[in-house]
Design a protein around this ligand. Structure first.
Ligand code: ZN
Length: 278
């Protein structure tokens, strides 16, 4: 599943080709994404300029003078910039044809992605129902130890589940949550309200680090967003615990264990991450 680092890299990858370009044509090949793509967009978006490309949570926002197009990659989506003459392949559902003879193309085999429209008359896109409750961005100053401590100090819930809640923090998907907890030496089942401020500080630092490191590695794949044969998507990265059930811990050689928390697999080292943390 594309996580925040992949979305950030997609955003940066498409930006130079998309920003300040006029939409020549908006093509809907299959409107049945997570939510139906609004048919009027083929008319509404024609001849409008994409003023900026930005990101909020896992939404890519294409801002025009008429409103904001909100793209989400869902479980399996990807966005590519291709020559406008290139032939669509299976699962290429949406094309945004641009004045620079390129096309921004959404491919999504599982169709959990979305292309939503927020009209300018509805005010700031920040107030959109899917964005207004989102927690601070992980790299923002608002996401700090005091903030996390206040958010979780009464919560009788496993810390892994809390940091994956996008009303507490956005961007700590399953892989990154497991890795950050390992790096912070906190067991994923530790109850939120038992974390002290020092533990919150460690966890905040490690979440930022693990996401930053992933984005840094993803930066090397930026060129793939304009190559027809490129395969942008899931970053290859060195993982300490995620998916390593039964394998030796990179720090102490203890076998990595797996536990299911809220239907998601979580991985941890029972030696490096004692149950209560410390
Ligand atoms: Zn260990």
């Amino acid at each position: 599943m594309p996580e925040l680092p992949e979305v950030e890299t997609t955003c940066k990858g498409i930006q130079p080709y998309v920003e300040n370009q006029t939409i020549v044509q908006f093509i809907i090949r299959n409107a049945r994404l997570r939510w139906p793509v609004e048919a009027h967009l083929t008319q509404t978006l024609k001849n409008t300029v994409i003023q900026s490309v930005s990101r909020r949570g896992k939404y890519i926002l294409l801002t025009t003078q008429k409103g904001v197009l909100m793209l989400h990659l869902g479980m399996s989506g990807n966005l590519r910039v291709l020559p406008s003459t290139s032939t669509p392949i299976k699962h290429d559902h949406i094309d945004i044809v641009l004045s620079n003879q390129r096309v921004l193309r959404l491919n999504d085999p599982r169709r959990f992605g979305s292309v939503l429209w927020h009209d300018a008359i509805q005010g700031s896109v920040k107030n959109h129902r899917l964005l207004c409750k989102l927690a601070p961005e992980p790299f923002s100053k608002e996401f700090n130890a005091d903030y996390l401590y206040q958010k979780i100090k009464t919560k009788n819930v496993a810390i892994k589940k809390l940091i994956m809640n996008n009303q507490i923090i956005v961007g700590a998907g399953n892989i990154y949550a497991s890795e950050a907890l390992f790096n912070a030496k906190i067991h994923p089942l530790t109850i939120g309200k038992t974390l002290n401020k020092d533990m919150c500080q460690r966890l905040v630092t490690k979440i930022k680090n693990v996401l930053r490191e992933s984005i840094k590695q993803g930066g090397t794949t930026l060129k793939d967003f304009v190559k027809p044969d490129g395969k942008p998507g899931y970053f290859e990265q060195k993982l300490n615990v995620y998916g390593r059930n039964g394998q030796p811990c990179t720090q102490c050689n203890t076998a990595i264990e797996k536990v299911i928390i809220s239907q998601r697999a979580s991985f941890y080292c029972p030696n490096c991450q004692p149950v209560k943390g410390s």
